[in-house]
Every structure is written in structure tokens, then in C-alpha cells.
Design a protein around this ligand. Structure first.
Ligand code: 26A
Length: 356
């Protein structure tokens, strides 16, 4: 069997979703913003038991990079994508592993002994917004040594595309840095997702330590705004942030950096450090950032937006690994992002629809 071509690394989480009908009362009770992703503080900790006891919840496989791994797998042959992260030895892990297996993703989990539990994310829906409150548990106990285990090292050695969740930087940068440095020095493609506004806000130093080894950076408009604020560019437009991040220092300068900023239903922006040499193959006459319109999605087609950004990123990644151009890969990303909006939670449509 050939080795996976894509390796994704992140925090494996089980999502516990509350419907838009019940969502607002929890937003108020726990002082949450309607559209955000945070690490649970002490005051949020009761939320997990609270929602399970007092609302009808839906359990779905989550963890931002794990969602992206499943999306990449959607457009690739089975076992083309591997996912690395840390879980507990419990039923939550069984659920996540089973979903990966069904969707063709190879799980390369580090398993923490009991009583450490697999991480969870309370997903509070309201209208078309989602508020994510995460308790990482086992996910934050990932050890760099896991990467050196023969079966994991072989996966990393064989892959050509690496996807790192920005969320993974919350509990240390060592592992991400090791993977990104090794990959970029060997001319492989490293993709990083900005993940959430709080990453740029509170982990800017870590982000900028990793950035030189990143070929493709993906974020959304609120993450771009958070980076602008943290970098002292307070009034910068998303276009300006994309262009600034594209020319941030790069270790492998022979390959341009591409920065992709999604804006929900509005156009996606793609800035490149070297337009004509980038995979987008921009001509000198093209604008930089280049603008990619997003097909319209009727409001009544949106069930919930949890995971849509991850499915965009994973679809794009899978399409690139399949040899598609960046233009084509962005189109695939848009299709999977929209497909996810029509499902409950970070899921895609099965039986598979051809999106390539
Ligand atoms: C460190 N944090 C806060 C997180 C996350 C996270 N994945 C990794 N680390 N907080 C929320 N998520 C996941 O993001 C997906 C939506 O983009 C949720 O599990 C959800 O599936």
C-alpha cells in the first residue's frame, strides 16, 4: 500500500452541538460571542454537562484539522490522508477513529492513558453563527516524541503535503515547527490555518516563528483583522493583511507564499509573494490579491456553519494533492465549504458527490 500523500496535525475533539433554538440561552449564560472559537476558562467548564443535561445535543466528529483531513480525503483515494493528534483511551476516541476510518483517513493518534479524556468542543449554534468552546484535555498532551515513532515517522516521510491547525500552537510550537521545518527544507508543501482570532491575538509570536516555513496560509476575515490588530496595522483591509503575510520572511524562498483569506459568502482573496511563480499562476496584469467570487448559497440551504472553513481548507488541500491548480483547488474548497453548511456539524455529503 502506498503511503498517504497528506498529513494533517491538530487537536482531535468531539463536538457536542446545541441547536439554534436552544443556543442563545447558553450564549447569554456563559457570556459567549455568537461567532467565535475559544478555549474554555474556569467559568465555562460547567457548559459540557449543562448542555447534555438540559438540551438535545448532537455528537459529531470535530477538531478543526481533523475536519480538514476528512475533507481532503473526500477528494482523494482512500488512505491518502493521515491525521496526527492526541486523544484519551475512551469512547470519544473510538467515535473519532471510526469516522476517520469510514471516510478513508488514517488515524495516527497518540493515546493518553485513563483517566485523561479525549477533548471536546461545545458548539453553540444561533442563526447561522457558531460559538465554539473547547476543552482540550488529551489534545494538549501531545508529545514531540510521537512524531519519531517508526509508524508515524514513516507517514511523515512519505507525505508531500502537511496541514497544521493554528489551534495546535496553543500548547507549544515544538512539534509543529519540527514538522514544518523538515517538510519545507525538503521542498514539500506546508499549509497553516490561522484557526481563530485568538491565535493571532495571543499566539502571534508562535505564529510568526512558524510562518517562515509555511507555503500556504489560510484564514478568514476575522482572523485577518485580529492579525492586523496584533501587528499594529489596525485599519488594514483583508487585502492588505493578505499581502503583508504573503511577503513575511520565508525559509524556502525558492517557492512563493500564498495567503488565502475567505470571507464567508463574500469573495475569497489570494495574495502571493511572487505572483507569476505561485501555484495560482497569476499574470503580471492580475490583481494581487486575486479575487475569487463565491457561488451564492441560499439562506434556506444553510443548516449550520460549524466546520465550513475547515472543509474549504481540506478540499483545497486535497485538490492540490490531486495535482489541481490553485484556481481549481479554490473552487473545490468553495464547494466543500458550502456542502458542509448544508449538514449538521462538520460533515460532508455521502455517498460522495464529485466536486473535482
Ligand atoms: C484549541 N482550540 C480552541 C481548538 C478548537 C478546535 N479545534 C482545535 N483546537 N476549537 C474548536 N475547534 C474545532 O473547530 C471546528 C470548526 O472549525 C471544533 O471541534 C469544530 O469542529
Amino acid at each position: 500500500m502506498s503511503s498517504p500523500i497528506v498529513v494533517c496535525i491538530g487537536n482531535p475533539l468531539l463536538d457536542i452541538q446545541v441547536s439554534p433554538q436552544d443556543g442563545p440561552k447558553y450564549l447569554e449564560k456563559y457570556g459567549l460571542k455568537a461567532n467565535d472559537a475559544i478555549l474554555a476558562e474556569e467559568k465555562h467548564m460547567p457548559i459540557y454537562e449543562d448542555i447534555v443535561a438540559n438540551s438535545e445535543v448532537t455528537y459529531v466528529a470535530g477538531g478543526a484539522a481533523q475536519n480538514a483531513a476528512r475533507a481532503a480525503s473526500y477528494v482523494l483515494p482512500e488512505k491518502s490522508v493521515a491525521y496526527i493528534g492526541s486523544v484519551g483511551d475512551d469512547d470519544l476516541k473510538q467515535t473519532l477513529q471510526k469516522v476517520n476510518e469510514t471516510e478513508g483517513v488514517v488515524s495516527a493518534y497518540e493515546v493518553q492513558p485513563a483517566p485523561t479524556k479525549t477533548g471536546a468542543c461545545a458548539v453553540i449554534l444561533s442563526n447561522h453563527d457558531r460559538s465554539l468552546v473547547t476543552t482540550l484535555r488529551a489534545a494538549e498532551m501531545f508529545h514531540k516524541e510521537h512524531l519519531a515513532k517508526p509508524e508515524v515517522a514513516a507517514l511523515i516521510d512519505g507525505a508531500k503535503f502537511f496541514y497544521i491547525g493554528g489551534f495546535f500552537l496553543t500548547h507549544g510550537i515544538e512539534s509543529a515547527l519540527e514538522v514544518a521545518k523538515a517538510a519545507s527544507s525538503r521542498g514539500k508543501t506546508v499549509v497553516l490555518n490561522l484557526s481563530a482570532p485568538f491565535i493571532a491575538q495571543f499566539f502571534k509570536v508562535q505564529l510568526e516563528e512558524l510562518l517562515p516555513h509555511v507555503d500556504i496560509l489560510i484564514g478568514n476575515e476575522s482572523e485577518a483583522a485580529a492579525y492586523a490588530e496584533a501587528a499594529g496595522l489596525a485599519d488594514a483591509t483583508p487585502e492588505q493583511v493578505a499581502s503583508t503575510l504573503a511577503v513575511f520572511s520565508k525559509s524556502n524562498a525558492s517557492r512563493p507564499r500564498v495567503v488565502i483569506i475567505t470571507q464567508g459568502p463574500d469573495s475569497t482573496l489570494v495574495a502571493s509573494s511572487s505572483p507569476s511563480a505561485s501555484p495560482a499562476n497569476l499574470s503580471p496584469n492580475d490583481p494581487n490579491p486575486k479575487i475569487y467570487p463565491v457561488p451564492k448559497l441560499a439562506a434556506d440551504k444553510i443548516i449550520d456553519t460549524n466546520g465550513a472553513g475547515d472543509m474549504f481548507a481540506g478540499g483545497l488541500l486535497g485538490a492540490l494533492a490531486q495535482g489541481k491548480s490553485l484556481d481549481e483547488a479554490i473552487e473545490v474548497g468553495h464547494k466543500l465549504g458550502q456542502m458542509c453548511c448544508g449538514q449538521i456539524g462538520p460533515k460532508l455529503q455521502f455517498p460522495k458527490v464529485n466536486v473535482l
